[in-house]
Design a binder for this molecule. Sequence first.
Ligand SMILES: Nc1nc2c(ncn2[C@@H]2O[C@H](COP(=O)(O)OP(=O)(O)OP(=O)(O)O)[C@@H](O)[C@H]2O)c(=O)[nH]1
Length: 368
Amino acid sequence: MGIIDKIQAIEAEMARTQKNKATEHHLGLLKGKLARYRQQLLEEAASSSGGGGSGFEVAKSGDARAVLIGYPSVGKSSLLGKITTTKSEVAHYSFTTLTSVPGVLKHEGAEIQIVDLPGIIYGASQGKGRGRQVVATARTADLVIMVLDATKSQHQRESLEAELEAVGIRLNCSPPNIHYRKRETGGVKVTFTAPPQGSLTEEAVKLLLKDYKVHNADVLVRDANASIDDFIDVINADHRNYIKCLYVYNKIDAVSLEEVDKLARQPNTVVVSCEMGLGMDDVVEQIWYQLNLSRVYTKKRGIKPTFDDPLVVRSGSSIGDLCHSVHRDFKDKFKYALVWGSSAKHSPQKCGLSHVIDDEDVVTLFTK
Ligand SMILES: Nc1nc2c(ncn2[C@@H]2O[C@H](COP(=O)(O)OP(=O)(O)OP(=O)(O)O)[C@@H](O)[C@H]2O)c(=O)[nH]1
């Protein structure tokens, strides 16, 4: 039996099994197996597709990367054309985006690479077509921009979400608050910081680990509401990516105002019309906001800072991270930094590598 058959058999069994307290552990085990087989399938696909000329890979460049995901003809190329400096040809028929055209969005001094993924992410979890390579690229994203057609049903969104979910991409959520460490000896030790309220119980943890052939491990569950799915994600943490997602509903020119209003009220959502140029500023603002980047202006000693060419780092970065973004070895030469701006207690403040900088701080770096 091939992996795809095994996956289908498990999916069929899950569909047949009634969901209730008595079947919870059995279903949990099936989900654990499913996660394992799906992983095998992706790995198998990755190793067999190497070397071919039709591979899909885009070099990462700029300060951050966002990927566009959506069904064919929802307007991904049109959106890319509107917000980036790359011109992409839009033909008036389906399946136009055969290879990826990365565009660059320049905003607030940052360069954000936007990659239009071929519209074939669906089916990827079943090992179909180039979807797998598309998934591999999606994993490297700092932000997923899911482009949806406002004139179509919510099914498009649900099915894309399910596809991403199946390949281990988690949208707009944080990793489960569960500590898990494999050990050499000592058996499986499970500790809950509060009595479990969710589907994850000590018995469920032990059953799953047994199925994964893990006989010695420490598990500390810090979230009383943790589910079996959460723990499966923790066991498979190497293959899970937690990525922000912005939902962009295009073609609002073709639906009613009430419909637009309803869509716009959903969280992490912008509504646009690429054809009429509506909502383009909102999309750019939201992309910038969701990427959570900070601009830092560097200043040479005795000279006023220039505010046109910031260094762009992730919010919450330290002076050490900033040094790294200047040059890999810069940290070794670093002596101290002077910082002006909201992160400084007084201006300027003399700081070391661990000082956390704020958006729009001005920094002078001193070397040995
Ligand atoms: N009504 C309307 N049509 C639009 C809008 N934006 C794009 N379209 C049309 O939708 C069709 C598809 O647009 P594309 O930008 O090629 O879509 P795509 O998602 O890149 O398509 P693929 O390359 O097939 O993946 C074209 O015929 C566009 O003219 C819009 O805002 N409103």
